[in-house]
Write a new protein. Structure first.
Lengths: 116, 108
């Protein structure tokens, strides 16, 4: 079964850090670009970041540039999102998604809450 | 920054046709994608590359493109189609992805 499973979310204080993971299974992970998308409570979907298949190229939304870092370990079939200098407005469910002319596969999401 | 514009809400009666539009300057150059999201669930891709339908998506879902506007059409709307719908595309350079603000489809 093709599957993405996020982990690593939780409660963190403003200014703190968190690393999200996305474990892939059921497909050749190293062949796909991967993205992170987030959704604040009661709000719409917002694209966060993407990484190409071998990890050599990345892109970020302006709102997270310089604070978040996307990476991947193709040997471990895992995607990461390192989030530093977290702000209250980063509070959201974070989804990883497999990209191939659209996001055909999504994880179930992991909730990140930034609050003191 | 690049934006995609959708109407906040659309309402239709069961069996009628719902049309949800999405406007953006780069849409003539970049493919558009449509996602359905029900409460508490991850989004589901219903249209890709402007008008292609993934396997398992009912035929009543279709997509079209004309200039700077793309349209998701749901023919013969059913109660189960009540959900939030998001369009998604990229900026003209293909560097950044963007989602529309979402449209809440209400089945009366």
């Amino acid at each position: 079964e093709v599957q993405l499973v996020e982990s690593g979310g939780g409660l963190v204080q403003p200014g703190g850090s968190l690393r999200l993971s996305c474990a892939a299974s059921g497909f050749t992970f190293s062949s796909y670009w991967m993205h992170w998308v987030r959704q604040a409570p009661g709000k719409g979907l917002v694209w966060v970041s993407r990484i190409n298949s071998d990890g050599s190229s990345t892109s970020y939304a302006d709102s997270v540039k310089g604070r978040f870092t996307i990476s991947r370990d193709n040997a471990k079939n895992t995607l990461y999102l390192q989030m530093n200098s977290l702000r209250a407005e980063d509070t959201a469910v974070y989804y990883c998604a497999r990209a191939s002319y659209g996001y055909h596969i999504w994880g179930q999401g992991t909730l990140v809450t930034v609050s003191s | 920054s690049y934006e995609l514009t959708q109407p906040p809400s659309v309402s239709v009666s069961p069996g009628q046709t719902a049309r949800i539009t999405c406007s953006g300057d780069a849409l003539p150059k970049q493919y558009a994608y449509w996602y359905q999201q029900k409460p508490g669930q991850a989004p589901v891709l219903v249209i890709y590359k402007d008008s292609e339908r993934p396997s398992g998506i009912p035929e009543r879902f279709s997509g079209s493109s004309s200039g700077t506007t793309v349209t998701l059409t749901i023919s013969g709307v059913q109660a189960e189609d009540e959900a939030d719908y998001y369009c998604q595309s990229a900026d003209s350079s293909g560097t950044y992805e963007v989602f529309g603000g979402g449209t809440k489809l209400t089945v009366l």
